[in-house]
Design a protein around this ligand. Sequence first.
Ligand SMILES: Cc1cc2nc3c(=O)[nH]c(=O)nc-3n(C[C@H](O)[C@H](O)[C@H](O)COP(=O)(O)OP(=O)(O)OC[C@H]3O[C@@H](n4cnc5c(N)ncnc54)[C@H](O)[C@@H]3O)c2cc1C
Length: 445
Amino acid sequence: MRRLLMHSPIAVAFLWIVAYLLLTLLPLFVLLLYPVPSGRGFWTEFSVALGFIGLAMMALQFVLTARINRIESSYGLDILLQFHRYTSLVAFFMVLVHPVILFIAQPETLQLLNFFEAPSRARMAMLATLAFLAMVITTIWRKQLKIPYEPWRASHTILAVLAVGLGFGHAIGVGNYMGLFWKVVLWSGIMLVSLWLIIYVRLIKPLLMTKKPYVVEEVMSQRGDVWTLALRPLGHDGFKFQPGQFAWLTLNINPLSMREHPFSMSSSGDRADRLEFGIKAIGDFTSQIKDVQPGTRAYLDGPYGVFTTERYWDSAGFVLIAGGVGITPIFSILLTASERNDGRPFLLIYAASSWEDITYREELETLKEALDLSIVYVLRKAHDGWEGETGYIDKAVLERHIPRHRGSRHYFVCAAPVIMRAVELALFELEVPVTNVNMEHFDLA
Ligand SMILES: Cc1cc2nc3c(=O)[nH]c(=O)nc-3n(C[C@H](O)[C@H](O)[C@H](O)COP(=O)(O)OP(=O)(O)OC[C@H]3O[C@@H](n4cnc5c(N)ncnc54)[C@H](O)[C@@H]3O)c2cc1C
């Protein structure tokens, strides 16, 4: 059994899902144990059950977003965050339906909506629902509402703590199912674990990171408005990573500032003594990279991610599809493969704005000498005399270049969201098995 689990990521992922379902439903079953309130109709009980499941699911969101390495390495950040979004919406739906059913089953409870005259347990429920609503709205429409990422992230945490804390306060205040001391202890335990995870991720982990600082060794300009930031571990061994993985980077002295940004390592996975990141200037943090002085302190939380060829040691070869700065994890994959004398075929399909903008162009050409590497550049603005591919990476481009036996390779795609969607669809239409396709999204929220 142990062997099966170690060698089968699918088995591990399945077990995490079972654990998730158990953790969501178990606290509810415990509440149903003796003593339960008697003489209440089915719909009232059903509505209460929805409320409790919604609360347990909300508390579990803290586990999903706590960057627990064992969970993250089973699914990858993308899938985990997607799961977080969907389950939050399901929890929100339950939390909303819970009072609606109650109002229909017992119309007299409608008066609890009068905030100023309602008992505090009802006020807490209203405030928790409002906090939850604000969270949902600011997350789904963050970009349309023009909320910058950092304030959004801080407010998301505060609203989440408020929603869960007030929701729990409401459940205790109503008290129908919390009659026994140990039931309160169990639910309080769940709430405390959630709170602890927040404190751990936002305070303890950054503090631990200060014990393992890095120093900026070099900042180098690359093609395509990308800057390579090279870091050296200071007084420790750094970390090894699987090529394609990423880390959260904090610059300057104060890792408590929460200004941490995720970046894929672009250097070799076997070089823990020098970690490099290729960073494209697109916003306030990334635009400062070019001015960072050698000697500046940096902190890293990582490695994370499952976008790595290492998971497919038995694959016959790889098709790597990059757009712009999406080349960084793929460059690390190629560099590491060349240092390990990997003899398998690699095909790189790489979209860039122009010939001059191809990040790592010279380095990639050099890698061809050490690897069985073919490169197809796709240029949006091709210069006169260019005979290669032009425009965007689409189905026609892919069909011309990917191997005829589609399932014989593993595919890695990292590009702007619009290219990723088009490539994903095209690969599906070209009958590449979905299980062979790995995607890395640089856009988290
Ligand atoms: C797994 C992963 C790997 C990445 N690897 C690279 C890489 O190798 N090279 C590279 O140039 N970029 C990479 N990115 C993208 C990079 O994290 C963002 O471009 C950067 O954080 C933008 O910050 P900003 O303040 O300059 O821009 P802003 O204009 O503030 O933000 C632009 C967008 O970047 C995202 N973003 C901003 N701040 C954060 C944050 N603190 N945490 C998470 N997302 C944020 C948001 O979606 C935001 O809308 C990666 C992202 C992810 C998720």
